[in-house]
Design a protein around this ligand. Structure first.
Ligand code: EPZ
Length: 417
C-alpha cells in the first residue's frame, strides 16, 4: 500500500481545473447498457473507479474504447447478466448496472455489495423499487437476483432519497412499459446529469432535480453524446484545501451552485469568494478569528456528506467549538480518530463530532479509511509544518485524479511513495 507524504505549512496559490464528476460518470456509464447503439461520454475522470466500471461493462460483453477522457461504449452484444464477484466486491457502485441489465436482459445478478468504512450501505430501496416495476427479487448466500419478463411503469415511494436507488430506478424505468413516478427521489446534480444523458438517448424524464421524477419508458433507445458535469466534491476538496492553508486559488470548470451551503460557511469564517460563470476564486486568510460553526449533512440540497470530512479538516484551524452532525451515513466520522493523531481535540460518536478548533496541529502518521476521509487527511497534513504520512493512498486515488500532482501545482509539498 502506498502513501502520500505531505510537508505542510505552505499557502496554496494558482489555478486548478476540475475534472468530470466520478458520481455522475459511473451511473451514466452503466446506463449505456440500456441501448444497442454506441454512446460517447466525455470529460470522464481518469480514476480507478472509472477503470473498474469499464471492466464491469467489458465483463458483461460491452465494447469500451477509452481515449484520454472520452469513452465510446457499444453494448449491442451484451448477453451476460451477472457482475463478476471480484469486481462487485471491489466497487460497490457496480450496483448501478442492476437497473439497466434488468431492463435490457430481464435479469441481473450481483453478489451482495459489501458495506464499507462509512456504513452497511444496503440496497433494499433499489430492490423494492425493482419489485414495484414487476421484478422478482431472490437472494441467497451467493448474491441477489432480480428478474422480470418485462417491466411495467409504477408509482414508487422511496423511504429515503437514496441517490443510487433513484438512479437505478430511473434506468430500469427507461425501458418499462408506461410511466413510472419516483417520489421522495434524490435531487443531487448527478441524478440530473444521468437524466439528461437518458433524454439524449430518447427517454422522457421529467422532474429530475425535484422530489418527484417521472419516466416514460420506451423500447428502442438511440445513442448519445454527453459531457459529464464537473465534480462538485472535487471542487469542494480543493476549496477546503485553500481555506485550510491560506492563499488564493482559481478553481476552473466548476459548478459553484452544486455546492449549496459550502460557500456561505467559507465566507462566514472570513474567506473571500469571487464567482465567475464556471470558475470560483477563493482568497483565504492565513488565520481565522474565533468563530463556532454547526454543520449537519443531508440529502441535496443539504450540506453534502461527501465533503463532511474535508470540512472538518478546515474546522481544525478555526478557533471555536464546532458541531458536525453526519445524518446520511451511520458511521462516517472515522476520520476524527485520525485527526486526533495529528493533535486535534475532537469528541465524537458515530453521528456527531464536537471539534475544538484552533488547537496546535502536528505532523504524524495517519491512514485513509475511505475516499473522502483520505482527502481530508491530506488537507489536515497541509496545515502543520513537518511530514505527515497518509497510508492507503490507493483508496484516495479511486476518486481523485492526480491529487498530489495538482496540489503540487498550487504550491503544496506532497509526494506519492
Ligand atoms: C452515492 O452513494 C454516492 N456514490 C456517495 O459518494 C454519496 O455519499 C451518497 O450517494 C450520498 O450522497 C456514488 O454516487 C457512486 P445513498 P449511494 O443510496 O447511492 C441508505 C463518494 O465518496 N440506503 O444515497 O450508495 C444508505 O445506507 C461516495 O463519492 C439504504 O438504507 O448513497 C445511506 O445511509 C461515498 N437503502 C443513505 O441511504 C438503500 O437501498 C444514503 O445512501 C440505499 C441507501
Amino acid at each position: 500500500m502506498g502513501e502520500f507524504v505531505v510537508r505542510g505549512g505552505r499557502r496554496l496559490n494558482g489555478a486548478v481545473r476540475i475534472n468530470g464528476a466520478k458520481n455522475a460518470s459511473l451511473p451514466i456509464m452503466a446506463a449505456s447498457l440500456l441501448t444497442t447503439r454506441p454512446v460517447i461520454i466525455r470529460d470522464i475522470p481518469l480514476i480507478r473507479d472509472v477503470l473498474v466500471m469499464i471492466e464491469v461493462l467489458r465483463s458483461l460483453g460491452a465494447k469500451v474504447e477509452h481515449h484520454d477522457r472520452t469513452l465510446v461504449i457499444d453494448t449491442s452484444h451484451v448477453q451476460q447478466y451477472r457482475v463478476p464477484d471480484a469486481l462487485m466486491q471491489e466497487m460497490r457502485a457496480s450496483v448501478f448496472v442492476m437497473g439497466p441489465l434488468l431492463a435490457r436482459l430481464g435479469r441481473a445478478e450481483i453478489v451482495q455489495p459489501g458495506g464499507c468504512a462509512i456504513g452497511d450501505r444496503p440496497i433494499d430501496l433499489h430492490l423494492r423499487g425493482f419489485e414495484a416495476l414487476g421484478a422478482k427479487v431472490s437472494g441467497n448466500p451467493s448474491g441477489t437476483v432480480v428478474a422480470a419478463d418485462h417491466l411495467v411503469g409504477a408509482d414508487i415511494h422511496l423511504t429515503f432519497p437514496s441517490v443510487g436507488a433513484t438512479e437505478n430506478l430511473i434506468m430500469a424505468a427507461a425501458l418499462a412499459h408506461g410511466e413510472t413516478r419516483i417520489r421522495n427521489a434524490a435531487m443531487e446534480p448527478e441524478v440530473v446529469d444521468l437524466a439528461q444523458f437518458l433524454e439524449r438517448m430518447g427517454v422522457t424524464v421529467r422532474g429530475a432535480g425535484t422530489p418527484e421524477i417521472r419516466v416514460i419508458g420506451r423500447g428502442d433507445l438511440g445513442g448519445a453524446d454527453h459531457t459529464v458535469i464537473p465534480d462538485r466534491i472535487e471542487t469542494a476538496t480543493f476549496a477546503l484545501a485553500v481555506a485550510a492553508t491560506g492563499g488564493t486559488v482559481q478553481i476552473d470548470n466548476c459548478e459553484p451552485d452544486h455546492l449549496p451551503g459550502l460557500w456561505g460557511y467559507l465566507s462566514e469564517i472570513g474567506c473571500d469568494i469571487v464567482q465567475d460563470n464556471d470558475s470560483v476564486t477563493l482568497i483565504a486568510p492565513d488565520a481565522y478569528a474565533p468563530h463556532s460553526l454547526t454543520v449537519h449533512t443531508g440529502p441535496y440540497p443539504g450540506f453534502a456528506t461527501d465533503i463532511q470530512a474535508q470540512f472538518m479538516a478546515l474546522l481544525l484551524k478555526v478557533p471555536g467549538i464546532h458541531v458536525v452532525s453526519e445524518r446520511v451515513f451511520e458511521s462516517r466520522l472515522g476520520h476524527a480518530a485520525e485527526f486526533r493523531r495529528l493533535g486535534a481535540h475532537i469528541v465524537a460518536d458515530q453521528r456527531v463530532a464536537i471539534v475544538y478548533g484552533g488547537e496546535v496541529m502536528y505532523a504524524g502518521r495517519v491512514r485513509a479509511q475511505d475516499l473522502r476521509a483520505g482527502a481530508a487527511l491530506v488537507i489536515a497534513g497541509l496545515q502543520p509544518s513537518g511530514e505527515t504520512f497518509i497510508a492507503n493512498r490507493e483508496v484516495i486515488e479511486r476518486g481523485y485524479e492526480n491529487l498530489d500532482g495538482r496540489l503540487r501545482g498550487l504550491g503544496a509539498d506532497i509526494i506519492s511513495v
